[in-house]
Design a protein around this ligand. Structure first.
Ligand code: SAH
Length: 569
């Protein structure tokens, strides 16, 4: 079933810690997010508003131990965009009041009751249906879908106005609920895969209990599945998964059909590649009703209770290699953020995995200090070929001296068909040279090159040759990996080569920890640059003969390389 994300418990000072710990004890995997410099928790954040908004947009439930008004003000800018809304609660520091604020349809009142019970206070529930019946009828548990929210609201109003109801079908979550039950009532809560017949007196809830199986990709598949369901009076919302033979794992039209139907796409080894064989290959219980393929080759199976899609064959694995940018959250591409949020597994060098967090308890981290990139890439493919969604993280851009090339090299070198069937995507990031350049102006405004000064993976002689040619070509140069403890002398040698061609007044920019806490930027010249000014967290940009600078209002300098170029400039 769907994994319930543990909440982010957000605190602003030591006075909230004891209460926060009690809430944490209630939710496995929950972490305490604490304001940096004020109190220590599991995760530190710098600014409350930005942090709450980040958790919210990631769909994390939030329990904020501060005034309700503060939480409302922080999240207000996000509320206009109707999207999935995680539960958000305000909790008094001393645990004396718990106020559900947002997420009525995602279980905020359930959480308010749970926290209220843990702290022995009455939750401040204001939803009338909830108050009367002790549950939100419009928020069925995972594995069930409400047929119509509008109809549901009308049904709840009727009950609040005094109507009684029956329960038709299996609704285990309603067993201990205080409903006005009456076996002969006109109103009914109907739990069924059958489509709602339009009766205004029914609250229809569909168990996601149907599998649609095909033998091969086909045109307009989503339409055909809807048609097959319709022909049997079944509701599309009762669909749990679309299943196809493993042979078609990479077929784009199958993926589109599943997206259109709003269900996961799963694969099984189906010997004959027919709908019937696909269905038969699933390990369904004997009492699941099976319907033979219709004229469009769609076979259906319908269970009485929800089916767990994760137990039906396996998913097509996904591997996304993404760049975190220099480190600041707002310089991370939304596509990279989305890949991190949807990942089941995060693979990378420990520092970067930490930088990419916080992660939910259901997300597995594979952080290593291992510098062996190919080995890490192979591990990522192994995970992805089991059907997992893997994010491989690099700093900056993944294609610039980072994991993307290693991932492709691992794939090219493999003849494992499962690896080649993985859905592979590379999401760019803001590389250190670009982040550094933007801080000081536009030193990369004309032709430039990026060079790694590390001779770990290439001979030093090649580096010397490239440096000389780049210097002679009057390219601006961005040096990655300029120096390290294991490579102490190389930078001085590199600078000697550049100095043999370029003038001492050539502009040089040093950016250290750009976009991270403790960022420093320095403008100097080739003549003045000392290797002691540089470490492995530094980006060195050496200007061309045209790179220039002028004073900024704040006393520092803008540095740029003009768009034009003249040989005699
Ligand atoms: N893929 C990364 C580069 C990895 S190589 C990118 O595109 O940025 C590592 C080198 O990048 C470091 O030695 C340093 O020279 C540079 N670097 C990475 N992050 C940096 C940062 N935040 N500030 C300055 N330099 C950085």
């Amino acid at each position: 079933m769907a994994v319930v994300t543990p909440p982010a418990i957000v605190i602003l000072g030591p006075g909230a810690l004891a209460t926060a710990r009690r809430v944490q004890a209630r939710y496995a995997g929950a972490q305490i997010h604490a304001l940096q410099g004020r109190v220590a928790g599991d995760i530190a954040f710098g600014e409350l508003g930005a942090h709450l908004r980040e958790c919210y947009t990631r769909g994390m439930p939030i329990v904020a131990l501060c005034a309700a008004g503060i939480v409302i003000r922080c999240l207000a800018p996000l509320l206009a965009n109707k999207g999935a809304e995680p539960p958000v609660l305000a909790l008094a520091e001393d645990g004396s009041a718990v106020v559900p604020l947002l997420g009525g349809l995602t279980g905020v009142n359930v959480m308010a009751r749970e926290i209220g019970a843990a702290l022995t206070v009455a939750p401040a529930i204001t939803t009338s249906g909830e108050l009367r019946f002790g549950t939100c009828l419009l928020n069925p548990p995972a594995g069930y879908a409400l047929a119509s929210l509008a109809q549901g609201k009308r049904f709840v109003s009727d009950l609040l106005a005094g109507a009684t109801t029956r329960v038709d079908g299996q609704a285990p979550w309603l067993e201990n609920v205080d409903l006005p039950l009456d076996a002969s009532a006109r109103h009914a809560i109907r739990v069924s895969a059958q489509a709602w017949n339009g009766s205004p007196d029914d609250l229809v809830i569909h168990p996601r209990s149907i599998v649609a199986a095909v033998g091969a990709p086909q045109e307009a598949l989503a339409e055909s599945v809807r048609h097959a369901l319709d022909a049997r009076g079944l509701a599309p919302l009762a669909l749990a998964a679309l299943v196809a033979p493993t042979a078609y794992t990479c077929d784009a039209s199958l993926a589109q059909a599943a997206t259109a139907l709003g269900v996961p796409l799963r694969f099984v080894d189906s010997g004959e590649n027919t709908a019937q064989a696909t269905l038969a290959a699933l390990d369904l219980a004997a009492n699941v009703e099976r319907y033979a393929p219709n004229e469009n080759g769609v076979a259906l199976a319908c269970a009485a209770t929800p089916l767990d899609p994760l137990a039906l064959g396996r998913a097509r694995g996904k591997l996304t290699v993404l760049g975190l940018g220099p480190g600041r959250a707002d310089l991370l591409a939304p596509a990279a953020r989305a890949a991190l949020d949807s990942a089941t597994d995060i693979v990378g060098y420990a520092t970067y995995v930490e930088m990419a967090g916080p992660f939910r308890a259901d997300q597995q981290r594979h952080a290593t200090d291992n510098r062996e990139e190919l080995q890490r890439a192979r591990h990522a493919f192994e995970l992805a070929s089991e059907g997992r969604r893997v994010a491989v993280v690099s700093s900056g851009d993944p294609g610039v001296f980072a994991m993307a090339a290693a991932v492709l090299e691992a794939l090219e070198g493999s003849d494992d068909a499962r690896w080649h069937a993985v859905e592979l995507a590379i999401v760019p990031g803001v590389s250190a040279a670009l982040a550094t350049a933007a801080q000081v102006g536009a030193p990369l405004g004309h032709d430039f090159c990026m060079l790694s000064l590390s001779d770990n993976l290439k001979p030093w002689a090649v580096i010397e040759k490239r440096l000389l040619h780049a210097a002679q070509a009057d390219l601006v140069m961005a040096f990655y990996n300029p120096i390290s403890r294991a490579r102490p002398w190389q930078l001085a040698r590199a600078l000697d080569i550049v100095r043999s061609v370029r003038a001492p007044h050539t502009r040089v920019v040093l950016g250290r920890d750009v976009g991270r806490p403790g960022e420093t930027l320095r403008a100097t010249t080739l003549g003045e640059l000392r290797t002691a000014d540089v470490d492995m967290r530094t980006m060195v940009i050496v200007g061309s003969s045209a790179t220039r600078g002028f004073a900024r209002a704040d006393g520092s300098e803008w540095i740029y390389t003009p768009r034009w170029y003249r040989e005699d400039a």
